[in-house]
Design a protein around this ligand. Structure first.
Ligand SMILES: C[S@@+](CC[C@H](N)C(=O)[O-])C[C@H]1O[C@@H](n2cnc3c(N)ncnc32)[C@H](O)[C@@H]1O
Length: 286
């Protein structure tokens, strides 16, 4: 997705150097700083989130609610990479008795706590990296959910998958919905159609600075002074292989034409409908 951004929107995009790509902890530390900066955009949206959730609404896409189903039998849902907590509290709105949101950004967690107080929800928040989740959470979740815009920030898929398996109670369910890696290969041509980007599908992690406005609106820190961050369009094969290598039984992998981040609204709907823009995976703990 980053490669597909208009270069005018994004000052700096380059492949991660081999030394950067070999140091997962350093890439995650950089990502934490970049996401703490991006939390400013989520803070602006807090009043809207409060209004939505206090009126009984939720922020999940129809494709996500269809995957999750009725959550009234769910005692605890854990939401990974929860950002400001709007989607996490939406799991409660869909019926989960209690929810836990996990994110490594202290500013996102502080925001999620504000939202919880305003909404009066049975939620708690854990500031942690998804690859180093606290052992106290092991086996607690009936559902672990990972939503849109998440997995590309994780630079250690095996650690991520092992953490998901640890979180789940036996028989618990993992549901993920995220951007399709093939999306990084295409961008709008300005006339309602698609053009091929120069993104290398097998090229690995990209470093970038600045955000596409359709993803994160302008921040008070200029693009060129923001922290570098590291993202990767993990192939479907890599994601599935990581989950299959953890203590999980895969139930279903589905590709969707759903434009999950409003990044391609300039492309005609019929054109959008013929590319895989997102995917979902459902699995259960063995
Ligand atoms: C695009 S947001 C996810 C949005 C989410 N689907 C939602 O709206 O509820 C990505 C989030 O992942 C978090 N994040 C990125 N890498 C992480 C990691 N390794 N561990 C924990 N959180 C991480 C960021 O702080 C950010 O809040």
């Amino acid at each position: 997705m980053l490669a597909a951004m208009n270069p005018d929107d994004l000052d700096d995009v380059r492949p991660a150097t081999p030394a950067e790509a070999a140091d997962v902890a350093a890439m995650h530390a950089a990502n934490l700083l970049a996401w703490d900066e991006a939390a400013e955009d989520y803070e602006r949206r807090l009043p809207g989130s409060i209004k939505l959730l206090t009126s009984g609404g939720h922020s999940l896409l129809p494709v996500e609610t269809a995957l999750l189903g009725d959550l009234h039998a769910c005692a605890l849902a854990v939401h990974l990479q929860c950002a400001g907590g709007e989607d996490t509290l939406s799991l409660w709105r869909l019926g989960a008795a209690a929810v836990v949101g996990v994110d490594f950004s202290p500013r996102m967690i502080a925001l999620a706590k504000q939202l919880t107080v305003a909404v009066g929800a049975p939620a708690s928040w854990v500031q942690a990296d998804v690859r180093t989740l606290p052992a106290s959470m092991d086996g607690t979740a009936d559902i672990v959910f990972s939503g849109r815009g998440s997995v590309m920030w994780v630079q250690d898929l095996d650690g991520w998958a092992a953490g998901i398996a640890r979180l789940l109670a036996p028989g618990g369910r993992f549901v993920m919905f995220d951007g399709h890696p093939a999306e990084w290969l295409f961008d709008g041509d300005g006339e309602g159609g698609w053009l091929l980007t120069d993104y290398d599908y097998f090229g690995g992690t990209e470093a970038s600075r600045g955000w596409a406005p359709a993803y994160i609106e302008s921040l008070s820190i200029p693009d060129g002074e923001q922290h570098w961050k590291f993202a990767r369009a993990w192939t479907l094969g890599e994601v599935i292989t990581a989950l299959a290598g953890a203590d999980l039984r895969l139930l279903r992998v589905t590709e969707h034409p759903v434009d999950w981040w409003r990044g391609h609204r300039d492309v005609a709907p019929a054109e959008r409908g013929r590319l895989p823009l997102s995917f979902s995976i459902e699995a259960v703990r063995r």
